[in-house]
Design a binder for this molecule. Structure first.
Ligand SMILES: NC(=O)C1=CN([C@@H]2O[C@H](COP(=O)(O)OP(=O)(O)OC[C@H]3O[C@@H](n4cnc5c(N)ncnc54)[C@H](OP(=O)(O)O)[C@@H]3O)[C@@H](O)[C@H]2O)C=CC1
Ligand SMILES: O=C(O)[C@@H]1CCC=N1
Length: 335
């Protein structure tokens, strides 16, 4: 896909800034944004507190440093995508998690690893908090005093509001990001919201970083719940769809492997049609449905079986749970 193509590269609305993933453009932006951070690091290092000085991270190569605290599914997807997109050298990426076994797959990428979070915290310009939401408070309390003075904190945790993150990392610039696992193959879909202290430069940095691994859109924080329902969790629904289409094919005699490939390519092709043509999905659907033909019979069957409603309810179920988590966190914060 030519990510620089198309007339809808950037569409600003009141609630959201949409842009196609112009990888090349964003790559430059990321380099600029992160290089500025790296330049500032000279000053930050000179002003390092004694606490920071206690934890000496091994020296990486020149350039901006990206840290990940947490080495699970989402960190794996982001780090693989970032390394493949060449936005920074692998040895400028530093990942920590308690279990060495989780870090092995990162070491294979040439990325630096540690089972000590403080090494990542004190050695990174951008620190991505990539642990489960219930672990975020403990991790942020642990690392906050050790972060570089000018470090940007990026949380990818679902349902943890910016206000809570800012309380856990006092005085730090924070951005909330909701990515998805297709970042692994540079086809992610990410939403992000800026914290109260985050700067335009931070916006460029996060936009460039996530834009390097897919589509990145800035949204108001209140929209992150719905966005999580659409794109954060979305890949899971699509995998169910691919599996179900393949099951139908197998039921009709297709070999399993072929049915899965055909179903996955069909999803990919249909998605590309929406993104490349800019047509409304309803128009593209109509183009497949010949009058009195085969496909309209399938659409009738999908409607009878509540397919459209099931997809909407899936998004709403995620958003509702995210809102519930957010409210519970807010309540704890204000107690
Ligand atoms: N999975 C997804 O599709 C998406 C996830 N997210 C968010 O990303 C975050 C991570 O999710 P996911 O990657 O799926 O979760 P995983 O369970 O796969 O990974 C969690 C990671 O956190 C590590 N960890 C646990 N405790 C600590 C600690 N005290 N210090 C450092 N690391 C720790 C674990 O280490 P170890 O491996 O050693 O046990 C593990 O590597 C969540 O907050 C989630 O909401 C956001 C969007 C999409
Ligand atoms: O299921 C979850 O909680 C995470 C957040 C979005 C996708 N996975």
């Amino acid at each position: 896909m030519d990510n620089n193509a198309g007339s809808q590269d950037c569409l600003r609305t009141q609630d959201c800034t949409l842009s196609a993933p112009p990888h090349t453009h964003n790559l430059g932006l990321l380099r600029q944004g992160l290089m500025r951070t790296a330049q500032r690091r000279g000053t930050a290092t000179a002003m390092a507190t004694t606490v920071e000085d206690e934890v000496e991270a091994p020296e990486p190569g020149d350039g901006p440093r990206l840290g990940f605290v947490g080495a699970g599914m989402m960190a794996t997807a982001m780090v693989n995508g970032i390394v493949a997109s060449k936005v920074t050298e692998p040895d400028n990426v530093f990942v920590s998690a308690p279990h060495r076994s989780s870090l092995d797959r990162f070491a294979k990428l040439g990325v630096r690893t540690s089972d000590i979070n403080l090494e990542v915290a004190s050695g990174s310009d951008v620190v991505v908090v990539a642990v489960k939401p219930d672990v975020v408070p403990a991790v942020l309390r642990e690392i906050a005093p050790h972060l570089r003075k000018d470090a940007l904190v990026v949380s990818i945790a679902a349902g943890i509001p910016l206000a809570v993150l800012e309380q856990l990392a006092p005085g730090k610039r924070v951005v909330r990001v909701m990515p998805n696992t297709p970042c692994l193959v540079s086809e992610g879909a990410t939403g992000f919201s800026m914290g109260s202290l985050a700067t335009d430069e931070d916006r460029d940095t996060v936009h460039a970083l996530m834009g390097a691994v897919g589509l990145a859109v800035e949204v108001k924080e209140a929209l992150l719940d719905g966005l999580t329902g659409v794109s954060g969790s979305g890949p899971a629904y699509i995998y169910v769809l691919i599996e179900a289409l393949a099951d139908g094919g197998v039921r009709m005699g297709l070999p399993r492997a072929m049915a899965i490939r055909l179903a996955a390519q069909t999803v990919k092709g249909a998605a590309e049609m929406v993104l490349e043509t800019g047509e409304h999905p309803a128009v593209l659907k109509d183009n497949v449905c010949s009058p009195g033909g085969l496909t309209i019979a399938a659409i009738e069957s999908l409607e009878k079986n509540g397919f459209r409603s099931a997809a909407m309810q899936a998004v709403i179920a995620v958003a509702s749970k995210s809102i519930e988590m957010r409210n519970a966190e807010e309540e704890k914060r204000t107690k």
